[in-house]
Design a protein around this ligand. Structure first.
Ligand code: AMP
Length: 396
C-alpha cells in the first residue's frame, strides 16, 4: 500500500509518500507560505527537485497541488490518486487520546475541543486534515499524536503538584511531546540491544528538545510538560524554570500574559542566554571565537541534559541504553561528548574517537569498551513511524 504522510503547520504543509512494501519514500516535499502567497518544493529520489511559486490560499489548495504533482505524468510517482491507500496526519497534541486513531467525527470534535490548550499547532493540523479529507474523501485518514506515547505514564509522573481541581477543570497536566520520534528511536535501540523490555533514555535534541524514559516499550517520564516549553533549554524556549519567575517578570517588566509567553517561547533558551542565535552552530562558532555567553549557553545546555538523564536513571533504577537524536543529537558531537563525560558512575561512557569521527546520518554506536550502558546516535524518522501506524489501522 502507498501511504501519504502529512504534517500541516500554520503556513506550511510537509508531505511524504511511502511505498510500504519496500519502505521507500517515493516523493516528498513542502508547501510554504500558505495563505500568504505560496510555494511548493517537490523532491523525488534520484531526480531533480521541482520548485514553483504559486498561490496557495489554504491547506486544501496545498493538498490539491500536492496530489496534482504526485500524479503528474512528468513529475509524478503514481498514475492516479487512487493508488494512495491511506493518509497519516501528524498531530503535535492529541490531549488524552491514547493511541494513533482513525480520524472520525468524534475524534475531530475532541481535537477541536482541545484547541485552547494547543493554540499554535491545533488549528493548522485540523485545517490540514480537513483539506485532505475534502480532496481525498474515500480513503482512511489516521491521526498520529506526539502526545499519545505518554499515555502510559502513571499519574505520579503527569499530575503537577498544583490544586488538583486545575487538572479536573482545565486538564493542566504533563502531556509530553515528540513522542513519535522517541517511540521510533527507542524501538530501534531495543532492536539493536536485542531487548524489547529494556530501560532506555532517548534525547531528542533539536530546535525543540525533550528527553524521555522508557521501560518495556512504555514511556514512564518525559521532560516536556503541559506545553513543549519544559525540561531542557531549547533554541528559543527556556524549558524548566522556577514558575514564580513568570509573574515576577510580568510585574517588573510590565508585560501582559501574551508578552511574557512570547519572551519564554521565542526570546529565551539558547538565543536568550547567548544573545547570538538559537542555532547551535552559530553558538559554537561564537564560543570558539571567545564569546563567554555563548560558551556559557553550551554549559547550561549540557548541565540540564545531564541532570535529566541522571534523574531518569534514578527513576528507572538503571538504564540499558542512551540514545541521541534530532538536529543537535545527531550532529553535535561535542555536545554528546560533554553530556556523556563524567557519567561513568552510571555506567555511561562513550568512545570519544568514534563519537567524533563516526559517520553521520546513520545509526552509530558510540559506547566505550567496557561501559555497561550502550550509547547510540539514531537518526529519527517520525514520518515513517506515522506511515507504519497508518498502515496498521488502514489494513485492520
Ligand atoms: P532540528 O530542530 O532537529 O532540525 O535541529 C535544529 C538544531 O540542530 C539547530 O540548533 C542546529 O544547530 C542543529 N544542527 C543541525 N545540523 C547540524 C550540524 N550539521 N552540526 C551541528 N548542529 C546541527
Amino acid at each position: 500500500m502507498k501511504i501519504l504522510v502529512v504534517n500541516a503547520g500554520s503556513s506550511s504543509l510537509k508531505y511524504q509518500l511511502f511505498d510500504m512494501e519496500t519502505g521507500e519514500v517515493l516523493a516528498k516535499g513542502l508547501c510554504e507560505r500558505i495563505g500568504i502567497d505560496g510555494k511548493i518544493t517537490h523532491k523525488r529520489p534520484g531526480k531533480e527537485d521541482y520548485s514553483k511559486e504559486t498561490e496557495l490560499k489554504d491547506h486544501k489548495a496545498a493538498i490539491e497541488l500536492v496530489l496534482s504533482l504526485l500524479t503528474d505524468p512528468e513529475l509524478g510517482v503514481v498514475a492516479s490518486a487512487d493508488e494512495i491507500g491511506a493518509v497519516g496526519h501528524r498531530f503535535a497534541h492529541g490531549g488524552e487520546i491514547r493511541q494513533s486513531s482513525i480520524l472520525d467525527d468524534e475524534k475531530l470534535a475532541y481535537l477541536e475541543s482541545i484547541v485552547e490548550i494547543n493554540p499554535l499547532h491545533g488549528p493548522p493540523a485540523i485545517s490540514g486534515f480537513k483539506g485532505c479529507k475534502a480532496v481525498m474523501p474515500d480513503v482512511v485518514h489516521v491521526g498520529v499524536f506526539d502526545t499519545s506515547y505518554y499515555s502510559s505514564m502513571e499519574e505520579k509522573a503527569f499530575i503537577y503538584p498544583l490544586p488538583y481541581e486545575l487538572y479536573e477543570k482545565h486538564k493542566i497536566r504533563r502531556y509530553g511531546f515528540h513522542g513519535t520520534s522517541h517511540r521510533f528511536v527507542c524501538a530501534e535501540a531495543c532492536k539493536l540491544i536485542g531487548n524489547k523490555d529494556a530501560k532506555i533514555i532517548t534525547c531528542h535534541l533539536g530546535n525543540g528538545s525533550s528527553i524521555t524514559a522508557t521501560v518495556n516499550g512504555k514511556a514512564v517520564d518525559t521532560s516536556m510538560g503541559f506545553t513543549p516549553n519544559d525540561g531542557v533549554p531549547m533554541g528559543t524556549r527556556c524549558g524548566a524554570i522556577d514558575p514564580t519567575v513568570v509573574p515576577y517578570i510580568m510585574k517588573k517588566e510590565g508585560l501582559t500574559p501574551a508578552e511574557v509567553e512570547k519572551l519564554l517561547n521565542s526570546k529565551s533558551g539558547l538565543l536568550g542566554v547567548s544573545g547570538v542565535s538559537s542555532d547551535c552552530r552559530d553558538i559554537d562558532a561564537a564560543a570558539e571565537a571567545g564569546n563567554r555567553r555563548a560558551a556559557l549557553t553550551n554549559e547550561i545546555l549540557t548541565h540540564n541534559i545531564k541532570k535529566i538523564i541522571g534523574s531518569y536513571v534514578a527513576e528507572m533504577n538503571g538504564v540499558d541504553a542512551l540514545v541521541f537524536t534530532a538536529g543537535i543529537g545527531e550532529n553535535n558531537k561535542t555536545l554528546r561528548q560533554n553530556v556523556c563525560r563524567d557519567m561513568s558512575y552510571l555506567g555511561i561512557k562513550i568512545d570519544e574517537e568514534i563519537n567524533m569521527n563516526g559517520p553521520r546520518g546513520e545509526i552509530l554506536e558510540i559506547t566505550a569498551p567496557g561501559a555497561s550502558v550502550r550509547t547510540f546516535v539514531i537518526p529519527t524518522n517520525e514520518e515513517y513511524m506515522i506511515a507504519l501506524d497508518t498502515l496498521a489501522l488502514a489494513t485492520k
